[in-house]
Structure formats: structure tokens, C-alpha cells
Design a protein around this ligand. Structure first.
Ligand SMILES: *Cc1c(COP(=O)(O)O)cnc(C)c1O
Length: 431
């Protein structure tokens, strides 16, 4: 499989080169030159295939011969080594719970897959690869955890001091091994700026093999389609599901669309957004206007100019009619998000996180006029990650899962860093 740049000013590359580079040199996102169709055999046996075997069959055509099958089988098995249960919430709606991975967020799957691919690609290099990332909280935890113990890879992660939640901070600082946390005395923008500068500093890039592990990397994006297949394996109704996806950068939804184009039965997609509704507006009107992001309760979806929107357009040849017939867009306010968490908990006992709540609400609105249909929404994070939002709404504390409880007992290890590039430079050159 070859990947071309959506800006069309860079050569096509294989999966290995696309994974190592992250972004094409012309600044475009990489896109597969063809979308493989699931074979009739795969579709027939889909419901009974073990998770890891299914992952291997789906990922193999995208990876091509850049990773031998036995290695890829191991990578897939390690990536999906936790449950993805479909849990009924109401008569019409079920949750696809994607928060049973090590950092309690759905980004674990993409991060684990990418880290293991990079680990494989750097295995025969004499120099270790250094992954340099800035995080505002969630993504960094999944990336750090994904790379934990992966041979040949060092991770240096920058986060804003005092601006991540206690659970998130432990997920960044308590891992040890090949993961080092730099606690920056500034905000997230400072962290991002420092990282950007390091990538353009030839003294640093000749000293270390740097890579970025960012969210548009094909090795993080492509494996997300597995969620939709695992949901289908557990789907009990005769008609395919309506699937609602809480969306920010639209990587997750776009991966679901890939599975659909490959042959997975889905009745309709619902793109569930918070106040950052550029794509929802596009679906309604055909006009796309990027805006500055606004802060909401579902903060992992606070994206004003979603990078994967161009991938969605590409997948359907820029055809607004096709796209808007398949995907229904919906924007949910913070007020409605809070009310949804409260009501769903009172009426069903199911506790939503703010991101899942946006998707649940968008799905219920969609199904209201379609009483004979059934749907599922992707519950992308565990509510315990957002206690300051959720606990006041339900009037009680959320119990920490055992894995988090154990992590909270570990000592925090971080290096304080002034928000000045010289400080980061010195740190990197001395490592
Ligand atoms: C990243 C994230 C999202 C948004 O996913 P995209 O692929 O960026 O659309 C939704 N919920 C949670 C909890 C996230 O961390």
C-alpha cells in the first residue's frame, strides 16, 4: 500500500515511511491510495473472529510488506489486549465503551499500535528514536503509555505544570522506564512551541532521531476502525446500527468511515460535536469555515479546524451530497451536556463522561424521529477522568478503577523546565 499526500506536492510513500514521517513534507496528511474491501470470507466470519485475528486481517493490507506477518500479529494482539464492550443504556441506545485500555481513553489503541510499529521500524537502527510530544493532558498519557517499554524508543513528553488533572499527571510522570516527563512552567501553547522549535533545530536533530507521534499519523488513525468492527461483532439487532461519534479532530469518525467503505454495515453515522461545530455546519450547509477553538466541558473535542476533515472529503471525492446523506451532524451545548449526564444517570444508572454525553445526546435526537432504529455511541473516556464536571452533577464521588488507584500510589517523576527554548535544547543535547 502506498500513501499519498493530500496536498499532492510530495512523493507517495509506504506505510513505514508514512509512520516515521507523520506528516508529508508538503504539510499534507497521508492517505491510502486505495481503500481495501473486506473479503466476503472476512465479512461472513467477522462476528466470530477473535479480536487480535480480526485486527491482523484488517490492518494487513494497510501495512503491506513493511512489517512481516508474524510481527504484525504480535503488534495487533498487544494493541487490542483489553475489552471493547457494547453496553445497553436505553431500549434504543447502547454504549461502545472504549475506555478499558491503560489510560482509560480510546486513544490507547492508536497510540499502542503506532508505538509498536515505530519500535519495529527502529529495531535495526543503530540510533534510538526519540519521540518528542507536547500534551495538554489526555493524548500524552495514551502516547506515553503506548511507548512504555518499547525497545529502541525514548519518549520525552512536555506538559504544562499545574494544568493537567492529578490522574493525568500520574499517567505522564509515574511510568518510568523509557518515558521522561518535562514539567514546563508555562501553558500548553508554550509546550507546543518548544517542541516545534526542537524539530527545526539542526543541532538537536543531528544529535537525536526525533519523531512526533502526533494524532494525524496513519499508524494512529487506521487502527481506530477496529472499534466499529468490534461493535458489529456484539450487535444484536437485525438492522445495522446508527453510530454516533464524539468528534474533535475527526480521526475516529473518519476511521469508522473507512470501515464502512470497506464493507462494514452501518446504517447512518452521527457526527457529534460540542460548540466547535465547523463540520456539523458543513454537513448542514455545504460550507466549511475553520474557526478558533472555544473551550467546552468535552475539552478533548475543542478543535476549531479539524485536521481529518480533508480525509473525509477525500474518501467521498469531495461530494457533499454523498457525505451529508451518510453523516448527520449535530452540535451539543455545555448546558445540554451537563443535563444529559445528570438525566441519563438518574434514569438508567449509566454514568457518561462529557464526551460520551455529547454523542449520547446527538444520537437520541437523531433517533427521536426514527423510533424503529437502534444505535450506539462511542464512549471515548472513563468519567473518572473528568471528576470536576461529573461529580457535582451526580452528587457523589466516582470510584477510581483499580489500575488508576495503583498508579496514584507511584511516585511522580518529572524535570521542571523553564518555558524557554534554550532550556529544552540543553536538556535534549545532554541526553
Ligand atoms: C481525542 C478525543 C475525542 C475526539 O476524537 P477525534 O478523533 O479527535 O475526533 C473524543 N473524546 C475523547 C475522550 C478524546 O480523548
Amino acid at each position: 500500500m502506498q500513501y499519498y499526500s493530500l496536498k499532492h506536492q510530495a512523493p507517495s510513500v509506504d506505510f513505514r515511511a508514512a509512520t516515521i514521517a507523520g506528516q508529508a513534507p508538503d504539510g499534507g496528511l497521508y492517505f491510502p491510495e486505495s481503500i481495501p474491501k473486506f473479503s466476503p470470507e472476512l465479512l461472513r466470519t467477522l462476528k466470530t473472529l477473535p479480536k487480535a485475528e480480526l485486527a491482523l486481517q484488517v490492518m494487513q493490507p494497510y501495512v503491506g510488506d513493511t512489517i512481516p506477518t508474524a510481527e504484525l500479529a504480535r503488534i495487533c494482539a498487544e494493541t487490542v489486549d483489553f475489552p471493547f464492550p457494547v453496553v445497553p443504556v436505553t431500549e434504543q441506545i447502547a454504549a461502545l465503551e472504549l475506555f478499558h485500555g491503560p489510560t482509560l481513553a480510546f486513544k490507547d489503541v492508536g497510540a499502542r499500535f503506532m508505538s509498536r510499529c515505530l519500535g519495529y521500524f527502529s529495531r535495526h537502527q543503530t540510533r534510538r528514536v526519540t519521540v518528542l510530544v507536547a500534551t495538554s493532558g489526555d493524548t500524552g498519557g495514551a502516547v506515553a503509555n503506548g511507548f512504555l517499554g518499547v525497545e529502541g524508543v525514548e519518549v520525552v513528553i512536555l506538559y504544562p505544570s499545574g494544568k493537567v488533572s492529578p490522574v493525568q499527571e500520574r499517567q505522564l510522570t509515574a511510568l518510568g522506564q523509557n518515558i521522561r516527563a518535562l514539567e514546563v512552567q508555562g501553558d500548553f501553547d508554550d509546550c507546543q512551541q518548544l517542541v516545534k522549535q526542537a524539530f527545526t533545530d539542526s543541532a538537536v536533530t543531528s544529535h537525536l532521531t526525533l519523531t512526533s507521534a502526533n494524532s494525524i499519523n496513519v499508524a494512529r488513525w487506521l487502527p481506530q476502525q477496529l472499534y466499529y468492527l468490534y461493535a458489529w461483532q456484539q450487535w444484536q439487532h437485525p438492522e445495522p446500527p446508527v453510530v454516533a461519534v464524539p468528534s474533535g479532530n475527526f480521526g475516529n469518525l473518519c476511521a469508522g468511515l473507512l470501515a464502512y467503505v470497506s464493507g462494514l454495515p452501518v446504517r447512518h453515522f452521527v457526527a457529534a460535536c460540542n460548540a466547535n461545530d465547523a463540520v456539523a455546519t458543513y454537513l448542514r450547509t455545504g460550507d466549511f469555515t475553520a474557526r478558533a477553538a472555544v473551550a467546552t466541558l468535552s475539552n478533548a473535542m475543542d478543535v476549531g479546524n479539524p485536521s481529518n476533515f480533508t480525509r473525509i472529503l477525500e474518501l467521498f471525492a469531495q461530494n457533499h451530497t454523498t457525505i451529508s446523506q451518510l453523516i448527520h451532524g449535530c452540535s451539543v451545548s455545555d448546558q445540554t451536556t451537563s443535563a444529559t449526564i445528570e438525566q441519563v444517570y438518574q434514569q438508567t444508572g449509566y454514568l457518561l463522561d462529557p464526551h460520551g454525553a455529547v454523542a449520547f445526546q446527538a444520537l437520541s435526537e437523531f433517533l427521536q424521529t426514527r423510533p424503529e432504529q437502534h444505535g450506539l455511541f462511542l464512549e471515548t473516556a472513563h468519567p473518572v477522568k473528568f471528576p470536576e464536571v461529573v461529580e457535582p452533577l451526580i452528587g457523589q464521588a466516582i470510584a477510581l478503577p483499580d489500575s488508576v488507584h495503583a498508579l496514584m500510589q507511584q511516585p511522580k517523576r518529572s524535570t521542571l523546565l523553564k518555558p524557554r527554548y534554550e532550556a529544552l535544547r540543553e536538556y535534549l543535547l545532554s541526553s
